[in-house]
Write a protein that binds this ligand. Structure first.
Ligand SMILES: Cc1cc2nc3c(=O)[nH]c(=O)nc-3n(C[C@H](O)[C@H](O)[C@H](O)COP(=O)(O)O)c2cc1C
Length: 374
């Protein structure tokens, strides 16, 4: 008689290896499934984020809609560094310093520019929904105040452009912007102390390429810069949907990957690789524009943000795409030289934006109004 162990069929070496392979594939598949989470619907969340303004009759829901539209503004690393306080007839936009970018933006310059972008959306939406807004700039206070009084509705193409504006980081089609459209951009109403310097000629564009290169070489050699960037990168939709903030890789044209793969890839990016990629993008653009301001304080930063957002919305309404390349301004050693070569005189460069024609990219997400209301 055979004993029990003898009755069990022995596993051959080949079967054992097969089992290991199947186990490995299952584990990897399970891991990838959980990383990519195909059951999570990113587009549904994006539709919810970018849904058009709802005109309502109750003032509290209308105020929430204004806050919702303010949050659709451009903002550094999609940190959404804002909080909103509501009263019956006023909205305060306050900085959320817990969302600061201490490496790339140690003086909170870009944080206040981001608040200025949100302010511009809010003002445009307020006018379109029947309010006359009045702004108090943060000269002494640490917030932006917006008083609202009832008025007639003022619709505008900029209002319609709010839910479709995006920072389009792809290569563009290399075509110049039509001259009638360029005229509209060059006559955009500005804010006091804020100027635009367009670079659309070949030599001017090459100058911006050179300075973006220098900025990239400096930033991508800085471990603290890379660490901060990685902290705000969302490498797959599961990460993007969990936080509703940050830079989702797919929005920049990169694939979905598990966190450790994305992290290793970004940490291993050679400064020259990044510089070459951005040079290509800049050369594919119709032009670039520097937004500069006479002063370098909170109110000037807010007004800079307003002009940027207004211009980006104007571009959106003309089907022109835009994206930032702020490297020569964020790198403090390069900023004064950039100011000089761009012929800005005593005005300080605050933002560098390229523009041109391209298809839209996937949309970024935002935290809902509830999450940013005080
Ligand atoms: C002050 C400021 C600085 C920014 N800097 C950069 C930048 O250097 N590179 C970049 O690709 N995007 C930059 N952005 C764009 C943001 O990353 C973008 O607005 C955010 O991810 C939300 O995406 P969206 O604009 O497409 O809605 C900046 C935005 C602001 C307001």
């Amino acid at each position: 008689m055979m004993n029990k162990s003898e009755s069990r069929p022995m596993m051959s070496r080949r079967d054992f290896l097969k089992l290991l392979a199947v186990g490995g594939v299952t584990a990897t598949g399970g891991y990838l499934l959980s990383e990519y989470a195909p059951w999570l619907d990113y587009n549904q969340q994006a539709d919810q984020t970018w849904k058009p303004f709802e005109m309502t009759s109750t003032s509290s829901t209308q105020m929430r809609e204004l806050v919702h539209y303010a949050t659709l503004a451009a903002n550094g690393h999609n940190t959404q560094p804002w909080k909103f306080a509501l009263t019956d007839n006023a909205i305060e936009i306050r900085p959320d310093y817990s969302r600061e970018l201490s490496v790339v933006d140690p003086d909170h310059r870009e944080l206040w520019i981001s608040l200025g972008c949100a302010l511009e959306n809010l003002l445009i939406a307020a006018r379109a929904s029947g309010f006359s807004p009045e702004v108090s700039y943060p000269d002494t206070a640490d917030f932006i105040g917006v008083n609202l009084t009832a008025d007639t509705r003022q619709d505008s193409p900029l209002f319609d452009a709010i839910p479709t504006r995006q920072n389009t980081r792809s290569e563009y089609d290399g075509q110049p912007v039509k001259s009638v459209e360029m005229d509209q951009l060059q006559t955009l109403p500005l804010e006091p102390g804020v100027t635009l310097r367009f670079a659309t000629t070949q030599p001017d564009l090459e100058t911006t390429v050179e300075y973006v290169n220098q900025g990239n070489l400096s930033q991508y050699a800085d471990k603290a810069f890379i660490d901060e960037l990685i902290y705000w990168l969302r490498f797959n939709k599961k990460e993007a949907l969990a936080s509703l903030d940050g830079l989702y890789s797919v929005c920049s044209g990169n694939p979905e990957v598990p966190h450790f793969v994305g992290k290793a890839f970004v940490a291993g990016t050679k400064p020259q690789q990044q510089a070459d990629a951005d040079a290509k993008k800049l050369r594919s653009s119709a032009g670039a524009v520097v937004i500069a301001s006479e002063l370098d304080n909170k109110s000037a930063w807010v007004r800079t943000g307003q002009v940027y957002e207004r211009m980006a919305l104007q571009m959106t309404s003309l089907n022109i795409k835009s994206a930032f390349l702020n490297q020569p301004i964020e790198t403090t050693q390069i900023r004064p030289q950039f100011q000089s070569v761009m012929g800005l005189g005593s005005s300080l460069p605050q933002l560098l934006v390229r523009f041109g024609y391209a298809d839209s990219m996937p949309r970024s997400l935002r935290r809902p109004a509830n999450a940013v209301l005080l």
